[in-house]
Design a protein. Sequence first.
Length: 336
Amino acid sequence: MQNVVLIPGDGIGKEITKAVTTIIDASGAKINWIECEAGEATFKKTGNPLPDETISAIEEHRIVLKGPLTTPVGAGFRSINVALRQKFNLYSNIRPAKSLPNIEGPFRSVDLVLFRENTQGLYIGKEHWVDDDKKHAESIAVVTRDASERIITAAFEYAMKNKRKKVTLVHKANILKLTTGLFLEIGREVAKNYPEIEFEDLIVDNMAMQMVLRPHIFDVIVTTNLFGDILSDLASGLVGGLGVTGAANIGDSAAMFEAVHGSAPDIAGQGKANPTALLFSALMMLEYLDDYKTAEKIRSAVYTVLQDHKEECTVDIGGSGTTQTYTDAICRLLSY
Ligand code: NAI
Ligand code: MG
């Protein structure tokens, strides 16, 4: 049995984690789920959005499957998602976006993997008021050589291992000459160690346009924290939306798997949430645990349901079913 810390989270979190653990259990994977709390609901109940018991469980078991956690906009507690990534030094945020069968959209052959630097940039939370009457705010972005080198190297290593052809580094070094300039400089250095892989760099605004015009020309993408956040939602939009894109946060001694999307308060509690995104994150977890066989078995069941049982899929991807009917359809296939 493999112990995995399970954090259901806020909004649609409970519905989709229930669906995903049901599917993983039905696949025969031997996972022992250790349920822990975090997020806005936990904050409202206990005054602490990230309880010590949750941190201890992660320290002990080192693998987490996490539903989305709500972060208050503007004032209020800081993001627990960001805090967990920083606390456990989960520096690689890996976000694949791949076209799926029978899902409507402008593109059919998107297959890209975005590597987002997960510990620095504008996400370090160093913001302050310059004046007393709160009319002038400043935010600090941090980029270091070491952190840039390890995420860019992770992207190239992934490209090598998965027989990818190209790494595109995304930056804004024309304006942010020191921070994203350093990121670009290190990208050029690291690229020299991988002559088999084509390397290119693009400025982020151009990248956003290229991704919507010609997404199939991209393969592996590596970028800083904020750009990675924005471009990974964009990439999700190219392949059917936030309901279908999973993600992994990987460090040297721990890993946390979560969807790209958030807690979707607009559809929470209505049976509309698509669990595919968190399920694909869980498949990345199985692969991280070297169980490629079970991951493939579940992925194949998902593809069959999308292809042949569309009516049982959730509405966001063109079905007329619910979280439950979709989960049942996948479990039915797994039981054959
Ligand atoms: P969101 O990603 O929760 O939702 C954006 C849109 O996508 C909504 O219309 C939603 O209904 C839809 N959507 C998202 N996931 C879906 C799914 N599985 N199935 C079907 N439709 C889905 O982004 P939003 O509304 O900006 O953020 C809501 C909250 O989530 C905020 O508090 C934010 O801070 C938090 N958040 C948490 C993340 C995490 O836990 N890693 C990531 C992103 C946002
Ligand atoms: Mg995001």
